[in-house]
Design a protein around this ligand. Structure first.
Ligand SMILES: [Zn+2]
Length: 308
């Protein structure tokens, strides 16, 4: 790594941290129906406006030791954490795609996904203004990438059409997840926003990423579901664990994380899957895995029925 690259990495990191700071505002204000531009960042308790030093991402919180300078109200460590996570994501995207339109596009997609994950966890909704603006921006990104990419066989129009196609496939995959999920586990979290989220991811990427994201999201949701049920069973006993399974689980975060994995590691995942399918001992590994998954599914299904 040379000095030039180190400087670019540092700039990318701080750019990510600053945008993460803005995402905190979006996540807090959009579900509440407040303006994201006015007023500037302030303490939610005493409305003291943050000064220059206090507004620095990550460091501002550390300097204040997590408290408002005026009224000493604790400020959640979630804010600097989101800033740090955004900064790390920006560096990861830059290292994957270099100085290119893809880095700009996928960094923006990650911002939209991160905001949607947090809002879904907070409020169990995916606000239309965010999914819809993300969808339009995704198609604009595809058209721009096609226009700028000289090596590509596809032109701007083809990229745009690819985005629209993946969008439609995204909605279909979401419907498929809903139907299969309902058959296997009883009820699933019903959210119109989730289908829009899948469409938005499609608009930014390709049908391959959407397919993989859907598969990853289902697998992650299943594991998350088991973890939540298992945790509350250990903590509150069997009936509480069964009760927990009737609670709707927000699917948005799983879809967003699935899409991120598909975008970063999709190629190598498909490659190792193909290698696995060609290896002679695939049955030795696949059969126990299938049995394990079936037992887990039957167990959750039973737990659900018992608690209904
Ligand atoms: Zn205050």
């Amino acid at each position: 790594m040379n000095i030039y690259d180190t400087i670019v990495q540092i700039i990318v990191f701080w750019l990510g941290a600053a945008i993460g700071s803005f995402l905190n505002v979006v996540v807090y204000r959009v579900p509440a129906g407040l303006s994201i531009l006015w007023p500037p960042s302030r303490c939610p308790k005493c409305f003291h406006q943050l000064g220059m030093g206090e507004n620095i991402p990550i460091l501002g919180w550390l300097l204040l030791r997590g408290k408002c300078r005026h009224c000493r109200t604790p400020i959640s460590p979630r804010y600097p954490l989101i800033e740090a996570i955004t900064a790390i994501i920006f560096v990861l995207v830059y290292n994957r795609y270099g100085l290119s339109i893809q880095t700009v596009g996928y960094s923006l997609l990650m911002c939209w996904l991160l905001a949607l994950i947090l809002i879904d966890l907070d409020t169990m909704t995916l606000p239309n203004p965010i999914t819809q603006s993300g969808l339009v921006l995704g198609l604009a990104f595809q058209a721009t990438a096609g226009f700028l990419d000289q090596r590509a066989i596809l032109g701007s129009k083809e990229y745009f059409i690819q985005g629209i196609l993946a969008m439609v496939i995204g909605i279909w995959i979401y419907d498929a997840i809903q139907i299969i999920g309902s058959i296997m586990m009883g009820q699933l979290a019903q959210g119109g926003g989730d289908a829009k989220l899948m469409a938005m991811i499609g608009a930014w990427t390709s049908w391959k990423v959407v397919l993989l994201a859907g598969g990853m999201a289902s697998a992650l949701a299943l594991v998350g579901f088991m973890a939540v049920a298992g945790y509350s069973m250990i903590k509150h006993g069997g009936n509480a664990g069964a009760n927990q399974l009737t609670q709707p689980l927000p699917l948005g975060p799983f879809i967003a994380v699935g899409a991120t994995i598909a975008l970063f590691w999709g190629d190598s995942l498909i490659e190792s899957y193909q290698q696995f399918m060609m290896s002679p001992d695939r049955y030795i590994l696949a059969v126990p895995l299938l049995i394990f998954l079936s037992v887990l599914l039957v167990w959750t299904r039973k737990m659900r029925l018992r608690s209904l």
